[in-house]
Design a protein around this ligand. Structure first.
Ligand code: MN3
Length: 224
């Protein structure tokens, strides 16, 4: 048996195919998030895993009228698009909310909302880390915006996200999230998910998350 690369979940590179959707290029180099996220993980994750979600989504959408990715989210479970469509949406968000040399903290209105909800940025980190560590199996932890502009921490299994029906609370708009599938951290951290989560704060681009906060506070989900 092939024991070369365990637990990555992709047995072969996923090649880009023509279709309604495509994987956006990473907005930084594969090694830009070192040492928090190693270049090999970024390459496998972006080029193979994300591409596989897009290929599956394109197969499912073949022959249908072009729609936006975000418009597929509310009905994704009923249409059985939550894995492929959620996988595409969630990874687009994930790449965009990270960046090299980020390691800052939230500012402005978002910082105020985080302090209101959790007490301080450090308290937020404690609660977000616990939520992410507590996801059973594969999934995501999110910072999401409620209809009243307040911020919440929620988790979802697999590639579900808070925009989908059946989410923890209706109307939550995700603006930041951490992928806690093993493929996101196994090469560098093996089974030590909490170490990966603790390091993740070094690469969150809070400037971008703040832009997303403004959009979400206006009631609009982030579009990709
Ligand atoms: Mn992933």
């Amino acid at each position: 048996p092939n024991q070369g690369i365990p637990l990555l979940g992709a047995t072969a590179p996923a090649l880009a195919e023509d279709g309604m959707f495509s994987v956006p290029p990473l907005p930084y180099a594969y090694d830009a998030l070192e040492p928090t996220i190693d270049a090999a993980t970024m390459k496998f994750h972006h080029d193979f895993h994300h591409q596989a979600y897009v290929n599956n989504l394109n197969k499912a959408m073949a022959g249908k009228d072009k729609v936006s990715l975000v418009s597929l989210m509310p009905g994704a479970k009923g249409a059985k698009l939550n894995n492929a469509g959620g996988g595409h949406y969630n990874h687009c968000l994930f790449w965009s909310i990270m960046g090299p040399g980020a390691s800052g903290a939230p500012t402005g209105a978002l910082a105020d909302k985080i302090n209101e909800a959790f007490g301080s940025y450090d308290d937020f980190k404690t609660q977000f880390s616990a939520a992410a560590a507590g996801v059973f199996g594969s999934g995501w932890a999110w910072l999401a915006i409620a209809g009243d502009g307040s911020v919440k921490i929620v988790t979802t299994p697999n590639q579900d996200n808070p925009l989908m029906e059946g989410a923890t609370e209706a109307g939550l708009i995700p603006i930041m999230g951490i992928d806690v599938w093993e493929h996101a951290y196994y090469l560098k951290y093996q089974n030590r998910r909490p170490e990966y989560i603790a390091a993740f704060y070094n690469v969150i681009n809070w400037g971008k998350v703040g832009e997303y906060y403004a959009t979400a506070a206006g009631g609009k989900p982030i579009e990709f």
